[in-house]
Design a protein around this ligand. Structure first.
Ligand code: NAD
Length: 476
């Protein structure tokens, strides 16, 4: 620790989530002297401890559970009555996060990053180009970390509805991950990624799920046809989803919770369940990190940055969920960290391109999308051609026993450039990687129609969808 205090670092990073730790590793690889300041006792942030990783671990348990329920379909018999050992499910999830948290500690050592445990705040304007951060350690000890550049990567917290506090029944993404047993009934408020993922997971574990969304469709950031197909499949799976629903009140009852809402026809409705999950978005954590001291203003807590992630104050960068105008996704935060690290190191870098960001939602079935929705492409003035291929025509999907969903390609009508790819179905979160690569290289429909996709794969649905733009899918 003493070394940390005597050194003027090249970069001090505030926050050890994906944005912060990726920036630290990359800066270390460039040979820069880096301090990573983290308030909690583990690196990894929301993603590793309360988000991406534990939820996807649970999702995998849910998938295995569903397979076991349908084992007879696959010729596996005499399993008896399968039971769910919830503690084992939770232990497996915790084991996964712990393994990766330890992995991060190793990567910090490997890349000679000095990890400083404590809560950090900017103290004032830079003195001769050196910024100072006051750090309060968990035991109350105070220290100062000095650096020529500061990366702010403090992340976000789940928003609640006015007047609510999380407890054992009113849950955010955090409380829902440590429930002593899976709820028999669950109300989910908000049908963004958090809301639809937990709806899907707990429906698989047998809960009756009511999903309430204020906007007219589920996953409203996605292409409208994806929302429609998800609503259809959720209905088939027995998830009771209402859109255009305005939540009026959330109350604790003797045995659970009661939510009153006005439905899309203006009728007041009431639903009861054991638990309610509030999934109405996340707010940036920037209130208490000394922004005033350096003269940095925010827009509702978000920091504006230039294409290199630098804020209005030279040498202070912002990464991850606190950045204005970028989606709050781990992979966006980590790429922002790599961009900023390269910039400070004077190495070649390329700004993040908004239209090249994959969005992956881990529901059953999955959603993977990148680029413009059909609606956005038309609104941007493109003459658009669309190709759609249903997984019903894909042989690997048949082998997996799942046929819902499709691949939709949005292409420029004149030159055939691929502007957007929208997938709902098996493997969607994996296959979308191809779409990002193709769009990065400004690929066209003509080129992709002649790109060989292995058979039988889910990725082959992409080949058929490119061909569908010209009305020439082979398998439909
Ligand atoms: P979100 O902003 O994506 O969705 C919140 C939803 O809640 C919106 O559809 C909104 O219309 C609705 N809503 C807001 N107030 C409401 C109300 N009073 N009643 C009913 N509906 C209401 O937020 P989120 O789902 O909480 O996720 C937070 C962030 O984390 C997002 O940026 C999300 O993309 C990200 N995230 C990503 C993943 C993933 O990539 N798989 C998973 C989880 C979270």
């Amino acid at each position: 620790m003493a070394d940390a205090l005597e050194t003027v670092f090249d970069i001090a990073i505030l926050g050890g989530g994906p944005a912060g730790y990726t920036a630290a590793i990359r800066a270390g690889q460039y040979g820069l002297k880096v301090a990573l300041i983290e308030a909690t006792d583990k690196l990894g942030g929301t993603c590793l401890h309360w988000g991406c990783i534990p939820t996807k671990a649970l999702l995998f348990n849910a998938e295995v559970w569903e397979h076991v329920q349908h084992a007879a379909e696959f010729g596996i018999e005499n399993l008896g009555t399968p039971t769910l050992n919830w503690q084992r499910v939770l232990d497996r999830k915790s084991g996964i996060t712990l393994k990766h948290a330890k992995g991060l500690d190793f990567l910090m050592k490997k890349n000679k990053v000095t990890v400083v445990r404590g809560y950090g705040r900017l103290t004032g304007p830079a003195q001769e180009g050196v910024h100072a951060l006051a750090v309060t350690a968990p035991d109350g000890a105070a220290s100062v970390v000095c650096a020529r550049n500061v990366f702010l990567a403090t992340g976000s917290d789940a928003k609640l509805l006015p007047g609510l506090k999380p407890d054992d029944r009113i849950l955010t993404n955090m409380e829902i991950l440590t429930l002593p047993e899976p709820p028999k009934s669950l109300i989910v408020i908000g049908a963004g990624a958090v809301g639809v993922e937990f709806s899907s997971i707990f429906r698989s574990f047998g809960a009756s799920v009511t999903l309430l969304e204020f906007l007219p469709r589920l996953v409203s950031n996605e292409d409208a046809e994806i929302s429609k197909e998800l609503a259809r499949v959720f209905k088939k799976r027995g998830i009771d989803a209402s859109t255009g629903a305005r939540v009026e009140s959330v109350q604790r009852t003797d045995s659970g919770v009661c939510v009153d809402f006005t439905d899309s026809n203006g009728r007041l409705q009431s639903v009861e369940a054991e638990k309610v999950l509030i999934a109405v978005g996340r707010a940036p954590r920037t209130a208490d990190i000394g922004l005033d001291a350096v003269g940095l203003a925010t827009d509702r807590g978000y920091l504006a940055v230039n294409e290199w992630m630098e804020t209005a104050v030279p040498g202070i960068y912002a990464l991850g969920d606190i950045v204005a105008g970028l989606p709050q996704l781990a992979h966006v935060g980590s790429m922002a960290g790599m961009v900023a690290a390269a910039r400070v190191a004077g190495r070649p870098a390329r700004p993040i391109r908004r239209n090249r960001i994959p969005a992956c939602t881990y529901t059953e079935p999955q959603i993977g999308s990148a680029g413009m929705t059909e609606e956005a492409a038309r609104a941007a003035g493109h003459e658009v051609k669309v190709g759609k291929f249903p997984f019903a025509g894909n042989s690997k999907a048949t082998i997996l026993g799942t046929h819902d969903g499709f691949v939709k390609i949005v292409a420029d009508a004149k030159y055939g450039e691929i502007l957007g790819v929208h997938i709902l179905g098996p493997g969607a979160t994996e296959i979308i990687a191809e779409a990002v690569a193709v769009m990065e290289l400004e690929g066209t429909v003509d080129e992709m129609i002649f790109s060989i996709h292995a058979h039988p794969t889910l990725a082959e649905a992409m080949l058929d969808a490119y061909a569908a733009v010209e009305g020439m899918a082979i398998n439909a």
